[in-house]
Ligand binder design. Structure first.
Ligand code: GDP
Length: 470
């Protein structure tokens, strides 16, 4: 790669490295210092594209407190299929349009904003379901501030409801429960509250802190109450961002349009994105030619928490990709090429998520061992989870992120990938889609058919990790 960029022969570089006392092969990766030396040796100029320039590392580049201003909350709706996620999204949006907020025609761009009575706004991500949520999180993009968990009052908690609860907990995102379909005569909202208790979701009605609102997406009942709940939760979170800086954001949806080329809906997270800005999005670069809001209207700028469809990219990015504004187009191409290189490298060399390196990534205060458990029957699930919970000690805690009956699915894998957990299959195996996603994200599967073999392995891993320190 380096030889290519210098337009030199690879063999000449290898020869030069040999002379420097470094016996390397043509495809071997060399460190940065050696690379710099080599480049100078060949009489070339070094343009350094450093990590800190291209990676959005908020821990380094923090906005000063006095630059921060309140921003709208970003909300994702999750829940079981047919419980009314889409209906609720439509109803909230529809009610808002009717209330006279907007001109223009509703456009589906992957996210939309509604105005509250006090003129503040709420941003909804328009792709319901936890696949999108976890897939983004697995890529390091945490855009959701609040999750609305939709539960149909005539159906109660179902497998995907429980998955959504576990995904939300793993992400540490606060939740509001929308008990939907209360217009139905067979609706039993109180039963939903009781079922939630079993998953440690204690709603206000039951003396807890999780807000719950009975709604009917069909009749538009209590949508205002739901928005109030969001507003209250947002106030508690004190969401802020600096609007006066170059923009950074995350792609929530992208596609190729026949006439207009690559389109990406970007949720701005800080700064203000403007028409004319030179941008890098994932490994694609370009210049913002035009921006459209969720009503299909052209806008000149978009601040924090505002979703806009961006025209002018050279390629179609992926959901979860980061947008960064850079000084000029040469720089954009450089950063894009660098990111492509990092991506390629990651694909071939990134350490798989295994127990051994998982502890490192979770080395916070008390060590935690996150696990996802799937088994063939409910009895086994319960026996395994209870056996694992007993293994927790003061130093290290076993944390079952999700457990359930049935084959290992894509959703299990995305949850595992976003938290670095291995997946344990007890008499079950992953389906092909799950296998594929696991392969991409280097998620480890472990299969057992005897419970004490499983617990022995977990014990061994825990002891191995703590051993040297005791
Ligand atoms: P999703 O799969 O969670 O997005 O669910 P949908 O929004 O597609 O809704 C599934 C079905 O439930 C549709 O037939 C809706 O018309 C119906 N539905 C959604 N909300 C309500 C509601 O509040 N009351 C009643 N009676 N039906 C609803």
């Amino acid at each position: 790669d380096l030889a290519n960029r210098m337009a030199e022969r690879g063999a000449d570089l290898v020869k030069a490295l040999f002379k420097m006392g470094m016996p390397v092969t043509l495809t071997q990766t060399i460190d940065q210092d050696t690379a710099e030396l080599l480049v100078t040796e060949f009489g070339h100029r070094i343009t350094r594209v450093s990590e800190s320039d291209v990676d959005i590392d908020t821990s380094i580049d923090v906005d000063a407190d006095e630059t921060l201003q309140p921003r709208p909350p970003v909300v994702t709706i999750m829940g079981h299929v047919d419980h009314g996620k889409t209906s609720l999204l439509d109803a909230i949006r529809g009610a808002n349009v009717v209330s006279g907020e907007a001109g223009g025609i509703t456009q589906h761009i992957g996210a939309y904003q509604v105005a509250l009575p006090d003129k503040s706004k709420v941003t909804f991500l328009d792709t319901p379901g936890h696949e999108a949520f976890t897939e983004m999180r697995a890529r390091g993009a945490n855009v959701t501030d609040i999750v609305i968990l939709v539960v149909a009052a005539d159906d109660g908690l179902k497998p995907q409801t429980i998955e959504a609860i576990n995904h939300t907990k793993a992400a540490g995102v606060p939740m509001i429960v929308a008990i939907n379909k209360i217009d139905k005569p067979e609706a039993k909202p109180q039963k939903v509250r009781e079922e939630l208790l079993q998953h440690e979701i204690i709603v206000e009605d039951m003396g807890g802190e999780v807000q719950d609102v009975e709604v009917s997406a069909k009749n538009g009942t209590n949508l205002d109450k739901l928005l109030e709940a969001i507003q209250l939760q947002a106030e508690i979170l004190e969401l802020k961002a600096n609007p006066d800086r170059s923009a950074e954001g995350t792609v929530v949806e992208a596609k190729l349009d026949k006439g207009r080329g690559p389109l990406a809906t970007v949720l701005v997270q800080r700064g203000t994105l403007r028409v004319g800005d030179v941008i890098v999005v994932g490994a694609a670069s370009g210049k913002v030619r035009a921006m459209l809001n969720d009503k299909g209207q052209q806008v000149k700028e978009a601040g924090p928490s505002v979703p806009v469809e961006v025209l002018g990219l050279g390629a179609v990015p992926a959901a979860g990709d980061q947008l960064t504004v850079v000084e000029n187009e040469a720089r954009a191409r450089e950063v894009a090429a660098y990111r492509q290189g990092v991506l390629d490298k990651k694909r071939t060399t990134s350490a798989p998520v295994t127990l051994e390196n998982m502890f490192a990534t979770h080395a916070s205060t008390t060590k935690e061992l996150p696990l996802v458990i799937k088994a063939d029957v409910q009895g086994s699930v319960e026996a395994i989870v209870s056996a694992l919970n007993k293994l927790s000690t003061d130093e290290i805690r076993v944390r079952v992120l999700h457990s359930g009956v049935g084959a290992i699915t894509e959703s299990d894998v995305t949850l595992a990938a976003s938290t670095g957990a291995p997946i344990i299959g007890f008499n079950v195996r992953p389906n092909s889609k799950a296998r594929e996603v696991a392969d991409r994200n280097k998620v480890e599967f472990r299969y057992y058919d005897v419970i004490y073999h499983l617990t022995d392995w977990v014990k061994g891993a825990m002891a191995g990790e703590l051993g040297p320190e005791i």
